[in-house]
Design a protein around this ligand. Sequence first.
Ligand code: G6P
Length: 469
Amino acid sequence: MRPAYDLVVVSNRLPVDYQPGAADSEQWRPSPGGLVTALEPVLRERGGVWVGWPGVADLEVGPFEIDGMPLIPVPLSEQDVERYYEGMANGTLWPLYHDVIVSPEYHRQWWEAYLEVNRRFAEAALAVAAPGATVWVHDYQLQLVPRMLRDARPDLVIGFFNHIPFPAHGLFSQLPWRRQIVEGLLGADVVGFQRTADASNFRRAVQRLTHLRIRGDLIELPQEGREVLARPFPISIDAGAYQELAKRPDIWARAKEIRRELGDPKVVLLGVDRLDYTKGILHRLKAFGELLEDGDLDVADVALVQIAAPSRERVESYKHLREEVEMMVSRVNGDFSSLGRPPITYLHQGYPRDEMVAFYLAADVMLVTALRDGMNLVAKEYVASRVDLHGALVLSEFAGASDELRQAVLVNPHDIDGLKAGILQAARMPPGEQARRMKAMRRRVISHDVQRWSATFLGALSGENRGDG
Ligand code: G6P
């Protein structure tokens, strides 16, 4: 018999991805996205189990452990990857939930695959959940799982957290399967969102698509004799871990080396994103290029480092974005480079956490200019890393983090002139003002870290006072 667990985390990806062809010790690497950073500490602390996909098609592996953390792989076939992951999750739901920055596609075959794969995840979770266990389901890929779990096992306590935005009803109602999604989510006891607006968009969808009564944050399900709590729980990072790294002399030495390699410019600007159209990378590059052209920034003084981690590379809109970004980088570099000194250093790669902290410490200005973003943990990582109170954060109003990091230079990335003004303000910010703003932002990130986030969510799930997020 399989062991049973009192806490089961279910997410599309396991915290590690399988690397085909790699040496044994390199076979499992941390998987992309913020989820891992957020959940790993919770799971370790509570001794739970993680159910998810190992990141490559057609891989059949049994349960295994990484550093003592039990993992249950859910296999996806090549066709599941095409229809459920690249299709319904990232060709339909991702663009729809990010305010249709690119057009969502609606295909019935994708929906069928979504249904079937959600069932597979639910079954994998059911197989390891102890009686009365808490099952915490994550993100837009798995919105049908809460209802499937409840129908099979009413003894379970079920939470769902949506890491990305939840769209306004005018957009959500495009979805041919909108009712099934809402019903899927209402299988949970607590449905958590990043921002107040996301939670109220969801409650509005419930109001429009069902006859259920809503009282404040609570949705009443009289036929089932229960209520669903739908409210914001803004996610955070393991702030302590970033602070620790940012105190290490070797990481400071690496930060200095990065600046040196860039030619020791007066101002280093940094962007760190998955290569995704929601991140506003093109808007950022355009604004930077215009600042050089206008002469407001001088190539002799500034360097922009853009880290763009590869993502969803077989999805058409991502391929297209990559071409556009790379064209824009070469255009700006072609126009403004002097020999060996390109204004933009573009890195289409992902980096381990210690190297990321070195980049954060090397950067005077951090650019987070997303067009739409559930939270954006990079903004919080930058703040947590700046133990020296140096640096300025340019932050989009359309990223969830802007609800909390009010002392950032807040910008609307669609307004290129406003964005340019924001970048200049950050690049010219006097040290005293940097320190004052950074101190306030650090207070927020350190006091509202991921440990507090998960404790608040799990507390609400166990019926404790509903916390303050
Ligand atoms: C976002 C989503 C995550 C996802 C991550 C990486 O952060 O909220 O659910 O895992 O992007 O995307 P990927 O498609 O590579 O899992």
